[in-house]
Design a protein around this ligand. Structure first.
Ligand code: PNS
Length: 161
């Protein structure tokens, strides 16, 4: 039984995340989308809002569950039984940080293996921070995020479209 976790901030979820979720759900028996509950980070959406958006997005994929976690990823993995970490790699600039995280997690929890999926080229420029930046100035975010979330994102900036 291959249980994987795709951890992240998902603030907000983008088409790039959705693509990684769909592709990794096809590779593993179970996939947990793990939303980091990071109180130190000033996030746009609360962890509850992020979890519920991800649940809406993944409700049609039977082997995907969505959960939040506090603290260390490896501790949550021990608790949940996940041994594989999925991360998306957009460009070489992601690599240094991702390599360090993968190696550290493996040292701390040797059962944890990180698998990198290369981001679909059409989303290689995309990140949650790009979405936040465009939305904050009323820019078009329809190519960045699933349509059902657009109004919720603008609403965070008091923008009505
Ligand atoms: O979407 P992000 O912000 O790039 O995701 C980063 C995330 C959540 C995967 C990473 O920050 C994380 O795992 N945080 C939990 C705390 C932890 O385990 N830190 C040690 C990493 S070496």
């Amino acid at each position: 039984m291959r249980k994987a976790i795709y951890p992240g901030s998902f603030d907000p979820v983008t088409f790039g995340h959705q693509d990684i979720i769909e592709r990794s759900a096809a590779l593993f028996d179970e996939l947990i989308v793990g939303v980091l509950n990071n109180s130190a980070k000033n996030s746009l959406f609360s962890v509850g809002e992020r979890v519920s958006m991800l649940k809406e997005l993944t409700k049609v994929i039977p082997n995907v569950t969505v959960d939040s976690f506090d603290g260390l990823l490896v501790d949550y993995m021990k608790e949940s039984g996940a041994t594989i970490i999925v991360r998306g790699l957009r460009a070489v600039t992601d690599f240094e940080y991702e390599l360090q995280m993968a190696q550290t997690n493996h040292v701390e929890y040797p059962k944890a293996e990180t698998i990198f999926l290369t981001t679909n080229m059409k989303y290689s420029y995309l990140s949650s921070s790009v979405v936040r930046e465009f939305a904050a100035f009323g820019g078009d975010i329809s190519k960045f995020v699933p349509s059902q979330f657009i109004d919720r994102i603008y609403a965070k900036y008091d923008i009505k479209k």
